[in-house]
Design a protein around this ligand. Structure first.
Ligand code: CP
Ligand code: NVA
Length: 306
């Protein structure tokens, strides 16, 4: 296991399975009232340069359940928001905290924080990656399908942070991956290069129904991400049709799971009907953020033997 979690490519298949096993155990403990205060006396700083519901609440609650403390650090209040360099912020915070979760725009900021600081850094979403969400998604898929290897995973929509991280995560655990996205909105070139190594286990096209054929898991995300609000109108035109709806479900395998990291825009990337029919797995997925992240926190900040 690496020292930080900056992107899915930091983890190999064994690391991911180990994290998911620990997440399952922590979920069991929490549901059965079994104390698991593995981070007693530890403090996590949480830097947010973008909004959040799930990430903030699940990290904060997770640290509390593990016996530690989480500090919410809005960039509006930090000196970093007034230009203090990341390299100084990282070195200062390393003296007080045992780990930092950061949600920001550029992946480079997260990498810099890891480079200059001396404590584990966890990416809580950048424009490039959202690894914590992918671990929760893989945990959810395993809960519903029993295993991950050999499943057909299909993502429909923008080639954004979620697409980038889904591709790397799903291929790493042995799934076949197909991506439907409009030309010009493809995933990051580094991710496409990573996927090339997997040969015909990876497909990408602008044909939604072809990509959804025989899918065991369908996933999507918003058409306009945080920071792209001014493009929302244009994106609604470009992405029309890149939607999980009844036709897409009919192309997928029967019993296909539908995942959405949330927040969802009903009647854009997913119809209300499909969303509500699959609300169980979508909200299990949201819950699993808590358990999967607790596993990450324990692995990076907890006792060495775990
Ligand atoms: N899925 C997710 O990261 O949600 P938040 O933006 O609410 O944290
Ligand atoms: N792609 C979305 C994910 C939100 C969890 C965004 O970056 O806004």
């Amino acid at each position: 296991m690496t020292k930080h979690l900056l992107k899915m490519a930091d983890l190999n298949q064994e690391d991911i399975i180990e994290l998911l096993n620990l997440a399952d155990q922590l979920k069991y403990d929490q549901k059965h009232g079994i104390p698991h205060r593995l981070l007693e006396g530890k403090t996590l700083g949480m830097i947010f340069q973008k909004a959040s519901t799930r990430t903030r609440v699940s990290f904060e609650t997770g640290m509390y359940q593990l016996g530690g403390l989480a500090q919410f650090l809005s960039s509006r209040d930090l000196q970093i928001g007034r230009g203090e360099p990341v390299q100084d912020t990282a070195r200062v915070l390393s003296r007080y905290l045992n780990g930092i979760m950061i949600r920001t725009f550029e992946q480079k900021e997260v990498e810099d924080l890891a480079g200059y600081g001396h404590i584990p850094i966890i990416n809580g979403l950048t424009d490039y990656a959202h690894p914590c969400q992918i671990l929760a998604d893989l945990m959810t898929i395993r809960e519903y399908k029993g295993s991950l290897e050999g499943l057909n995973f299909c993502y429909i929509g923008d080639g954004n942070n979620m697409a980038n991280s889904h591709i790397v995560g799903a291929l790493t655990v042995g799934m076949n991956v197909s991506i439907a996205c409009p030309d010009g909105y493809r995933p990051h070139p580094d991710v496409l290069k990573f996927a090339e190594k997997y040969g015909d286990k990876f497909k990408i096209s602008n044909n939604v129904l072809e990509m959804a054929a025989n899918a065991d898991v369908l996933a999507t995300d918003v058409w306009a991400s945080m920071g792209q609000e001014s493009e929302a109108k244009e994106r609604r035109k470009v992405f029309a049709g890149f939607q999980i709806n009844d036709d897409v479900l009919a192309a997928a395998r029967s019993g296909a799971l539908v995942l959405h990291c949330l927040p969802a825009h009903r009647e854009e990337e997913i119809t209300t009907k499909v969303f509500e029919a699959h609300a169980n797995e979508i909200f299990d997925e949201a819950e699993n953020r808590l358990h999967a992240q607790k596993a990450v926190l324990v692995k990076l900040m907890g006792p060495k033997e775990i």
